[in-house]
Design a protein around this ligand. Structure first.
Ligand SMILES: O=C1O[C@H](COP(=O)(O)O)[C@@H](O)[C@H](O)[C@H]1O
Length: 232
């Protein structure tokens, strides 16, 4: 599957341009279908983009925001992706958006994943927008190399929904949307910054197994061509 690369001089221009592109897709979705959905990533990269997007004027009350992946930690944990989104995206103009968490205060991560899957199933498919990040180990969402359920998460035979993932590089047990949930988004973005991630992307685009760099599954098999947004 071809990728389209958008390169910017700095992270601020990337955030501004990506926010404009995403806001435009959300507006079209609201105009055409009455509502819009967006699944975003956590980590250190998206904060500036979240702030830029939250300043866009659109009917945020018709937008559902969810996460591509989450740690099995409550929303007041500093490592929670929910907290990152609440503090940086669900603010200003975007304060009226509906947030659909992946974490649930269940006894086990498996139970939380089932609850999250039920909630995700209430949304229309596909997502209007999916923003993926990527780690320098080639993971995206919580598709980690060596993950205990990596093959299941990446299989196109696994239905849309949320499953758990444990991996050495993941820290806490993760909750992740499956490949099937993400690959056909109307606007599918890989947002990466820095030379190291550009090099990682080049490696991912070269020959090799998906299990070694799971982002390859998205780059190779997504139904929607991936828009790569990069800045140094
Ligand atoms: O663990 C995670 O890492 C990736 C990349 O994060 P970054 O800090 O390198 O930007 C992120 O896309 C994912 O959502 C997150 O859970």
């Amino acid at each position: 599957m071809a990728t389209k690369t958008h390169e910017f001089a700095d992270a601020a221009s990337l955030a501004k341009n990506l926010a404009e592109a995403v806001a435009s897709v959300l507006k079209v979705a609201i105009a055409e279908r009455g509502a819009a959905t967006i699944a975003v990533s956590g980590g250190s990269t998206p904060k500036r983009f979240f702030k830029a997007l939250s300043a866009h004027k659109l009917d945020w009350s018709k937008v559902t925001v969810t996460l591509v992946d989450e740690r099995f930690v409550p929303a007041d944990n500093p490592r929670s992706n929910h907290l990152l989104v609440a503090d940086n995206l669900l603010q200003g103009e975007a304060a009226s958006a509906r947030f659909l968490p992946l974490y649930h205060a269940a006894a086990t991560a498996d139970e939380a994943a089932k609850l999250a899957s039920t909630a995700i199933a209430s949304l229309p498919a596909p997502f209007d927008v999916v923003i993926l990040g990527m780690g320098n180990d080639g993971h995206t969402a919580s598709f980690f190399p060596g993950g205990d359920r990596l093959a299941e998460a990446l299989s196109s035979g696994t239905p849309r929904g949320v499953i758990t993932m444990e991996a050495e590089g993941a820290g806490e047990t993760r909750l992740t949307l499956t490949f099937s949930s993400l690959h056909d988004a109307r606007f599918l973005v890989l947002h990466i910054e820095g030379q190291a991630k550009k090099d990682t992307l080049e490696n991912a685009l070269a020959d090799g197994e998906e299990k070694d760099m799971p982002v390859r599954a998205v780059l190779r098999r997504a139904a929607t061509p991936v828009d790569v947004y990069w800045a140094p």
